[in-house]
Design a binder for this molecule. Structure first.
Ligand SMILES: [Zn+2]
Length: 169
């Protein structure tokens, strides 16, 4: 199975995750350097073998238009650990506007949370204060690093030292 390679910008901010063959090409063209490798893995061709990169860094700074994490149901549930942010239930999850739309609440990361159907219905068209509900955590806008770090925890611990910033303020 082909492992994925984390690509960092010249300033060490994560910019992408690419398949290994693409990472090798970037290194051969001297557009990137290997910062970390997967131990015990090698890539062999007829004439030579390469270390298997885990993290590479671009040799020139690349200006990247801001790429946030897509705001959708899956990513929102993931940010909230799949738990209702009022009662902690993991069942019948829905999306709740903290400040209801009818009161001008926006559809943005910081106004949306995961809520179970029961809490959502109880809250209705009220704010959490009006409904007597307390948020278990402050909703935040996750950065690309945040999700890459989550991914790395499952896939590639070699990435973790390079993924420190979890939130873009
Ligand atoms: Zn709930």
């Amino acid at each position: 199975m082909e492992k994925r390679v984390l690509v960092l910008n010249l300033d060490h901010s994560p910019v992408a995750v690419v398949p290994v063959h693409k990472a090798i090409v970037l290194c051969l063209l001297e557009k990137a350097n290997i910062l970390s490798t997967y131990e015990l893995l090698q890539i062999r061709t007829v004439s030579r073998s390469f270390e298997y990169p885990a993290v590479i860094r671009l040799t020139h700074y690349k200006t990247i238009p801001f790429r946030g994490v897509l705001l959708n149901r899956t990513n929102l549930f993931k940010r909230d650990n799949g738990e209702c942010q009022y009662c902690g239930s993991k069942r019948h999850l829905t999306i709740d506007h903290i400040i209801p739309k009818s009161k001008g609440g926006k559809t943005i990361w910081t106004n949306l949370i995961t809520a179970c159907n029961r809490c959502n219905v109880n809250k209705g068209d009220k704010t959490p204060e009006q409904a007597g509900l307390i948020l278990r955590s402050e909703p935040f806008k996750p950065s690309l690093s945040y999700f890459l770090a989550e991914y790395a925890e499952r896939q590639a611990e070699e990435w973790l030292p390079f993924l420190s910033s979890r939130v873009i303020s």
